[in-house]
Write a protein that binds this ligand. Structure first.
Ligand code: SF4
Length: 475
């Protein structure tokens, strides 16, 4: 039975994590094929809101062709006695949860990067208007977050209007992000944890500090601070830092304790400022990924909207698959663009001196915060297109990484730098997924960087054996 009798599809937590593939999709709202898309929540005064009002600007679902995509904006205004500006970011991020509660509706990513899909099945069941989306959101928000007393929703598919509001939204995101800049982790006693993405990555927990923005780029330390007060039982909560174990890697006793509890023992330790050893886990909502390039002994960083191949021949989707899932994967590290503006960005690995390639778009958005001397030494897609060109670029520009190479010799991949996809432990039994390790050259796959070893994990595989023979191994 549906949670809401008058809504044609079911709504509930069981639908979180539901994926809608292209062939099953009625319509895509936003997504990688659209340049302009956003979701935005604004706090208003009580008298500025007409409670329950839903406005559609542009075509509704039944006017859009099956299997297509559209520019998309979701603009929510809220008011309430306890509502303050600092809550906007977290209220906005709860869209990830609530939209995914809807049967046949999928929500990915955040802010300027959203991708939503409605399934053909739910459309045929009667989900033919975006007003239904607005109605469900108003009911869920007001029941789950009672401090929201009034709420109105505008849903925009008119491309010109989306484009106009997109620019305004970018300015608002920037002003939110700027607030935590200049603050240090040392100035606070508590960090914040967010477990919102555990429906997709059960062992993942974001640790949000003044100097490490959430992976999705949507929740700052201030946002965590505001929301933990008004929604203490929600997915964003306080983490007392506890004793500092290592200032360079960013390891704290309190963080380790919480991560152990929240990952059911799967993750033992987290070091906030490194991509190796015990790196911060990555769910799947990260804005970008740092990826280790063993051939040059350094990182590249790519973001979700980069549609070409990166300098090592892998695209964002492939790198993202290697990174996501709540695991700690050496050299593959989900992150937000705002974290790249932090003075602690990858500090244990060498910070910006260990970055050799980023897309121009990331360069434009972060260079104000990079050490000025490194800016002309980091290559973009406009400068190099493969690893040979990258090595030449780094030598020509005298990038600091070159000093760490042996003279006249390309750097050998360091053992720890080999990307390895860790086996997923089955949480309750300690059983390890069957896996095999192979050099990339043993597989008929084009475009893999040299020197990369792959671990192949076999999931949901049934193996029938007539006999199992166990022999003691001789020396
Ligand atoms: S990426 Fe992290 S902070 Fe953002 S919603 Fe997911 S768990 Fe929360």
């Amino acid at each position: 039975m549906s949670l809401f009798e008058d809504i044609p599809v079911d709504v509930g937590i069981i639908y979180e994590g539901e994926r809608i593939r292209g062939r099953d999709m009625q319509i895509e709202l936003g997504g990688p094929r659209e340049d302009y898309k956003f979701e935005l929540v604004r706090a208003r005064e009580m008298d500025e809101i007409e409670d329950g009002k839903i406005t559609i600007i542009g075509k509704d679902l039944d006017e859009l062709d099956e299997g297509t995509n559209t520019a998309f904006g979701l603009f929510i205004e809220v008011a309430g006695e306890e509502i303050e500006k600092d809550l906007e970011g977290v209220i906005e991020r709860r869209l990830h949860e609530y939209v995914n509660f809807i049967e046949g509706f999928m929500h990915l990513n955040q802010r300027y990067d959203i991708q939503m899909r409605l399934s053909k099945k739910s459309y045929k069941k009667g989900f033919t208007s975006l007003k239904i989306l607005g109605e469900i959101l108003i009911r869920l928000y007001k029941s789950e977050l009672p401090f929201i007393e009034k709420m109105q929703v505008s849903i925009i598919t008119d491309p010109e209007k989306v484009k106009e509001m997109y620019q305004e939204a970018l300015e608002i995101y920037e002003s939110r992000d700027a607030r935590a800049r200049g603050m240090s982790d040392d100035e606070v006693d508590v960090f914040y944890g967010c477990s919102l993405c555990q429906s997709f990555a059960p062992t993942h927990l974001c640790v949000i500090t003044p100097q490490r923005y959430a992976n999705c780029g949507a929740i700052s330390w201030f946002d965590g601070n505001a929301t933990a007060k008004v929604d203490p039982k929600g997915p964003v909560f306080e983490i007392p830092k506890g004793a500092l174990i290592d200032a360079v890697t960013g390891e704290y006793e309190g963080v380790n304790q919480v991560i152990r509890e929240k990952s059911l023992g799967e993750i033992e330790r987290v070091q906030l400022y490194t991509g190796f050893g015990y790196p911060h886990t990555s769910c799947g909502c990260f804005e970008g990924c740092a990826f280790w390039i063993p051939e040059v002994d350094a990182y590249g960083v790519v973001h979700r909207n980069f549609k070409e191949k990166t300098v090592n021949g892998l695209d964002f989707v492939t790198i993202s698959d290697l990174t996501a899932g709540g695991r700690q994967v050496d050299g593959f590290h989900g992150l937000s663009i705002e974290y790249m503006r932090s003075p602690k960005f990858m500090q244990a690995d060498g910070g910006w001196d260990k970055v050799v390639w980023i897309p121009q778009d990331i360069m434009d958005r972060t260079k104000e915060f990079m050490p000025p001397e490194i800016i002309p030494k980091i290559a973009t897609e406009n400068d190099v297109s493969n690893l040979d060109e990258l090595k030449k670029w780094l030598r020509d520009k005298n990038h600091p990484i070159v000093d760490t190479w042996k003279p006249e010799e390309a750097p050998k991949p360091i053992a720890e730098a080999q990307p390895q996809i860790m086996s997923q432990q089955m949480p309750m039994t300690g059983f390890t997924m069957p896996s095999l390790e192979l050099p990339a050259s043993a597989l008929p796959i084009q475009g893999l960087p040299q020197g990369v070893n792959l671990k192949i994990i076999l999931k949901n595989v049934k193996i029938r054996a007539e006999k199992v023979i166990i022999r003691a191994e001789k020396e």
